[in-house]
Structures are given as structure tokens and as C-alpha cells.
Ligand binder design. Structure first.
Ligand code: SF4
Ligand code: SF4
Length: 683
């Protein structure tokens, strides 16, 4: 038995009971070496990041720290979403953290305060603090163990598609080591405690005597230890010491392995949340000085920024992005998780291979609808979409190989100023008989109505433009349309054609600056996003609102009253470019609820987890031949809630929902209406 005593009247903690001093020294030495190995691994990773392009930017420190505290430390997204995996992570993470703190306190107590302060006077782990320490450690140890069991069941029993389905079994052994070693450490920790308690008479655990243990404070281990109390003391000591050796050995190897395995995520993923993109979520990075660039986008490892390399290292392979991805959900080649995982492997390969064609197939990139479901779902702030766009840029601009038929569409955008390939002079035909003025440089307007190519050329979307014009006229707004309006080419940008986008944007910004208006309003979320978030990159700073926001305002201030009863059950389909891109979820719902007779029902996938219609990122202009069509899947969501009408707020969504309804033969049963059309009907 160890020879030490506690201050009179206090209970305090025995450390290294039954462990000879030479073994204690050996474990400390091994632990020290393991910590050095762990830091060496992190240093190697830091060296890797330094090869990336761009400079580190810590600013603004306050918001970054806030992001880090909520996402990186409190792990808000991991904990609250995606159950039971979220609870599993909470159990393991906080269990292991508390056990680590407990071990550190024990070390301080035994190796630092004990030699310095007379243990008869004071011990760190004594009395009430010690009681609390024991109770907390036992409970959090149990939480960690339960979490690890759940992790094991999910990973090796349930085997959800998001974990191994696409990336194969190549992380099987690494994950097994992580879960298995942690479970072994926690379990043997409990067994050691149980054997020690079984060897210790319970009557020594009384406050007020000079006792060494608080047996009953070990709320989990103590009751179990009673089962072994009758065993021979020598056997208990032998078992205890033997298991302790294995426990310590695995713990030491585990610490040394941390920075070389996915366990490094506790540090790297946390740091990644601190460096989360600060620019608006919906803004794609501009290629600076595009005229003088020799190559575009990314085709080699050395072309990634340090933040992208950090993203790859930060990925925990949880697969939440894959579960949120409409392409992956409908059986396409793309999995955002796979893209990031493959880039992680590339960044650590001894001889990095070619990205395009060898590691990533072009189809994976073209499958992306740029819906931002992956970015929104990622608990560690990885920008999968930014990487996909960079890879697309190389294909489109450097290789000159955009996916057909988007090359024809982009040609039309450039020549005719619209993606439909229709004559320039037909752009304003939809306005005939509507009394819509063209903007005049000497007049100031309440709003400049940016119609967009769909609103101007697409016969279905023209009805939305007309309904919205009716609303603005009834509200008495002074508005105008810009005669020089041309396609803003945002889908070309997302298809990788930054060159065309920059040309169109420069032209549009110059034209818009000629006119006087308080705000720009548009019925197209894609136009809205690019004018709001991307035009500032080209010195075009305008106040932009979406037409549903303006309608909500007009209803709120009493300018219009949608008082005719529609008597319909309506569900609202969130546009990705309004919702996830710009966090605009409520005005559309407020407007619908304000219409008399509307029963608004929500689809299971709505707001930030709403399913894409399949038309973003230039996918409107591409074929969709693999797997289920995304728009059909979305219409299935509409059918599931028995809605009579699906309301949308985007002309692309309208086209996709229309096509989906026809494909699923619910064309007659489920109406597709823009919110402006519903409001105009109710006026
Ligand atoms: S942006 Fe959408 S479609 Fe593209 S990878 Fe992410 S989730 Fe998938
Ligand atoms: S990118 Fe993010 S969401 Fe996707 S697997 Fe990695 S950590 Fe999970």
C-alpha cells in the first residue's frame, strides 16, 4: 500500500496504488516521448499547409473567435444535428476531455503539489473537490464508453452509406484503431478502478477519519467492485497491475498516434472553424487580373490555397455533406465527401498524381448543383463547393472542356446576352401592354426591376414577371427596367467560365451605375445572389432585395392586401440561392401565411436542409441522365405532404418543379406557383 496520509478530517486521492515506482517512471518517460511524437506530427502538417497559396489572415479576430468557440469548441453543429451520431460525439468528446483533465489533475496532485506542500496540510484532490472529481470522472467515463459503443455499432454494425459507401474500406483500420483504442483505455480505466476498490475495505472511506479513499464517490465503479470484493487480495493486485500496464501502454501509443490519424481533428478541425470563409457564403472567389493569368482554376496540388489544404486535413469523414448532397442522394457520381477525402489523400501522397481524369472524374464535378447543402451540413466549416468550382474552372477555361451542352449555352450568353439563344431585341417583349417604363438616367426610382433572362425569355417565368409588375403597380411603386440589361452569366461562373462572367459583370455594373434608384429588386435568386454578393468584387455596390422580400414589406406596411381567399394547402420549396446562400427563409412564409385561406405545410426537408431542385450551378443547361432526377425527388417531397400547390420563389425552381410534376404525372394534381403569382391572384 502507498504510504501517505491526508490532512486531518479530509478524504484525499491515492495515486499509483499498487504501481511500483520504476513503472511509474517508465510510463512518464514513454508519455513524454509520445507527446513529442504527437507535436512532431502536427508540425509536419503545418509544414504541408505552408505550401498552399494565399496568406494567413486572422482578422477579424472577434468574430473568428466566436465562430471557433461555437463550432470548434462547443461543436454546436456536431452535437445538435444528425442524431444519434451527434449525441455519440458529445459523449465521446466530453468524456475524453474530462478524463484527460482528470488525469492531468491527478498528475498535478501527485507529482507537483505533493512534493512541494506537506500532504498532511493540503492536497489538491481532497475533501469536497475530490468527491466531485470522482463523481464527474466516473459519469463522464461512462458517457465516453457509451458514446464509443454507439460509434462502434454505427460504424461496423449499421454501416450507413455516408461512412464507407463511397470512400470504400480504406479507412477501416484507422477508424478501428481510434474507436478501439479509446474504448480500451476507458474500459480498462474502469476495470483498474474497480479492482482497486475491490481490494480496499469500504470502511476506510469515511469523512472525518484519516482515510485515503472515497470509495462510494466512484458512483459507477464502486457498486461493481462489490462483485469482486471477495477475491483474494493478491489476485486483485496482480490483475490490477497487469491491466494497468496495458492501459498505460495503449494510452501512450494513442497519444503518439493522434496527429497521424483522424484523431487530429480535435485540433485541426477546430482550427478550421476559426478560419471559416468570411466573405458572403454565396460569393465565389474572383480570379484577380484574369487577363494576365496563364492557367485557371486548379489542376495540381500546389495550386490549392493553404485554407483548402487545411479543409482537406480537417475533414472527419463523417459523410454529413454526402447525405445533404442532392447529387449523391440521387445516385450520381458526385459525393462532396469523396472529393475532399481524395484531395486529403492527394495532399499527403508521396508522389501526388494528376487530379483531373486520374483522381477525380469530370462527371463528379459537373454533377454539382452548387446548392451549398454540403457546406451547410459540414460541422467543421469545410468549403467543398469552393474546391469544386476551382476544379471546374480548370476544365472549362484551361482545358477548354466544359460539359456539353453548356458550351452552347455559354456561347448564347456571350453572343445573345441570354442563355436561351434568343434574339437580344426580344428581351423586353414580355413587357408589351404592361406600361413598364425603361429606366431614364435623369429620374430616380424606388426600385430598378432586374428581370433576369428567365423572367424575360422563358414563357412560364414571364408570368411571374407580369404578376410582380401587377403587384408593384398596385402598391404605387416607382420602378423601371433597364433597357441594356443582359445575362449576368452567374451560371457561367459556376460552370467555371470566370472569363465570361467577369466580362458580363463589368458591363452590367457600368450600366447600372448610370441610373438612380434606391434598390434593385429581382424575381431570380441567382441574379439576387450575384448582384448582392459578387458584384461588390467588381465595385458594384447596390442594395438588392428579392421580390418576395419586397412583397412581404408591401403587405407589412399595408400597401397591398392579399385578401381574396385562395383556400389551398400550399408547401413552399426553398430556393438554395435565397435560403442557404443568403439565409432568407422567412419572408416567403410570412407572405404565404398572410394570404387568406392558405394552409401552409412544411416538407420534411425545408429551410436550411431543403432539397435542391437540381437547376443551380449551370445544371439548368446540362443533361441529367444518371440516377433519379433531382427535381423528381423534390416533387416526391411535395407529394408526401399532400400539398395542392407548391410555391416557389425562383424561375429555375419553377422549371424544375414543372418538369418533375409532369414526369411523376401529378401535373394536374399539384399546381406550381411563384409567390408573386399567388399574391397577385389574392389581390
Ligand atoms: S453544392 Fe450541393 S450538389 Fe454540389 S457537392 Fe455540395 S451538396 Fe452536392
Ligand atoms: S467535408 Fe465536412 S461534412 Fe463532409 S465528410 Fe468531411 S467533415 Fe464531414
Amino acid at each position: 500500500m502507498p504510504e501517505f496520509s491526508c490532512p486531518p478530517g479530509l478524504v484525499c486521492r491515492p495515486t499509483f496504488w499498487n504501481i511500483p515506482e520504476w513503472l511509474q517512471i517508465a510510463v512518464y518517460l514513454a508519455g513524454f516521448i509520445a507527446i513529442i511524437v504527437m507535436f512532431y506530427g502536427f508540425w509536419l502538417r503545418f509544414q504541408q499547409l505552408r505550401k498552399g497559396k494565399g496568406k494567413f489572415d486572422w482578422r477579424p479576430l472577434g468574430p473568428r473567435l466566436k465562430m471557433w468557440l461555437t463550432m470548434g469548441v462547443a461543436t454546436k453543429k456536431v452535437s445538435l444535428e444528425n442524431q444519434p451520431a451527434g449525441s455519440m460525439h458529445v459523449g465521446i468528446m466530453w468524456g475524453m476531455i474530462l478524463l484527460f483533465i482528470g488525469t492531468a489533475l491527478a498528475t498535478i496532485d501527485w507529482d507537483i503539489t505533493r512534493p512541494l506542500i506537506d500532504p498532511n496540510q493540503w492536497r489538491l484532490l481532497q475533501g469536497g473537490f475530490y468527491f466531485l472529481y470522482k463523481i464527474i470522472l466516473d459519469l463522464f467515463g461512462l458517457a465516453a464508453l457509451v458514446g464509443l459503443i454507439i460509434a462502434f455499432v454505427i460504424r461496423y454494425g449499421v454501416k450507413p452509406e455516408r461512412l464507407d459507401g463511397r470512400s470504400g474500406k480504406r479507412f477501416f483500420r484507422e477508424d478501428l484503431w481510434i474507436i478501439g483504442s479509446m474504448a480500451f483505455i476507458v474500459l480498462t480505466g474502469f476495470i483498474i478502478e474497480i479492482l482497486r476498490l475491490a481490494a480496499q475495505p469500504t470502511e476506510t472511506a469515511q469523512l472525518g477519519e484519516r482515510v485515503m479513499y472515497c470509495t462510494t464517490c466512484s458512483v459507477i465503479a464502486w457498486p461493481v467492485s462489490r462483485l469482486f470484493a471477495s477475491l483474494d487480495l493478491g489476485l486483485l493486485e496482480l490483475l490490477h497491475r497487469s491491466i494497468w500496464v496495458f492501459h498505460a501502454a495503449v494510452a501512450v501509443v494513442f497519444v503518439g498516434s493522434v496527429s497521424f490519424t483522424k484523431m487530429s481533428h480535435f485540433a485541426i478541425s477546430s482550427v478550421n472553424t476559426f478560419f471559416k470563409k468570411r466573405e458572403p457564403a454565396g460569393a465565389i472567389a474572383k480570379i484577380q487580373d484574369i487577363e494576365n493569368q496563364e492557367s485557371f482554376g486548379i489542376s495540381k496540388l500546389e495550386e490549392f490555397t493553404w485554407k483548402q489544404l487545411l479543409d482537406f486535413d480537417a475533414c472527419t469523414r463523417c459523410g454529413r455533406c454526402q447525405d445533404a448532397c442532392p447529387a449523391a442522394l440521387t445516385g450520381k457520381a458526385l459525393s462532396p465527401k469523396n472529393i475532399i477525402v481524395k484531395m486529403f489523400e492527394l495532399s499527403h501522397a508521396k508522389t501526388p498524381g494528376a487530379i483531373h481524369g486520374e483522381i477525380i472524374d469530370a462527371q463528379e464535378l459537373w454533377d454539382c448543383t452548387t446548392c451549398m447543402g454540403c457546406v451547410n451540413a459540414c460541422p467543421v466549416s469545410i468549403d467543398q463547393l469552393g474546391t469544386i468550382i476551382d476544379l471546374r474552372r480548370y476544365l472549362t477555361l484551361s482545358e477548354g472542356a466544359p460539359q456539353p451542352p453548356s458550351n452552347k449555352t455559354m456561347d448564347s450568353m456571350e453572343r445573345q446576352g441570354n442563355p436561351y439563344g434568343l434574339p437580344k431585341q426580344d428581351r423586353h417583349k414580355w413587357m408589351q401592354g404592361l406600361d413598364v417604363p425603361f429606366a431614364d438616367a435623369d429620374t430616380e426610382y424606388d426600385v430598378l426591376f432586374w428581370v433576369g433572362c428567365a423572367g424575360a425569355y422563358d414563357i412560364r417565368a414571364q408570368k411571374i414577371s407580369k404578376a410582380f409588375v401587377k403587384i408593384m403597380q398596385m402598391a404605387g411603386l416607382k420602378f423601371a427596367v433597364m433597357q441594356e440589361e443582359r445575362c449576368n452569366c452567374e451560371s457561367a461562373r459556376r460552370l467555371g467560365n470566370e472569363y465570361l462572367y467577369q466580362m458580363a459583370t463589368t458591363e452590367n455594373v457600368e450600366t447600372m451605375k448610370q441610373y438612380k434608384f434606391k434598390r434593385i429588386v429581382t424575381t431570380c435568386p441567382h441574379c439576387f445572389n450575384t448582384i448582392k454578393n459578387e458584384y461588390p468584387q467588381f465595385d458594384g455596390k447596390f442594395e438588392v432585395i428579392h421580390h418576395t422580400q419586397l412583397i412581404a414589406e408591401l403587405i407589412d406596411n399595408g400597401k397591398i392586401k392579399p385578401s381574396k381567399s385562395l383556400q389551398q394547402t400550399i408547401t413552399y420549396h426553398d430556393s438554395c440561392y435565397l435560403g442557404r446562400y443568403n439565409n432568407i427563409f422567412e419572408p416567403q412564409r410570412t407572405v404565404l401565411k398572410s394570404i387568406s385561406g392558405v394552409n401552409l405545410v412544411e416538407m420534411t426537408r425545408s429551410r436550411s436542409t431543403g432539397l435542391c431542385c437540381g437547376g443551380g450551378g449551370g445544371r439548368m443547361w446540362l443533361e441529367e441522365n444518371t440516377g433519379t432526377r433531382i427535381n423528381n425527388k423534390r416533387v416526391e417531397d411535395v407529394i408526401a405532404v399532400n400539398a395542392q400547390t407548391v410555391a416557389s420563389a425562383c424561375p429555375f425552381c419553377m422549371t424544375m418543379l414543372d418538369d418533375g410534376a409532369k414526369a411523376l404525372s401529378v401535373d394536374e394534381k399539384i399546381a406550381r406557383k411563384d409567390i408573386a403569382e399567388l399574391v397577385a391572384e389574392a389581390l
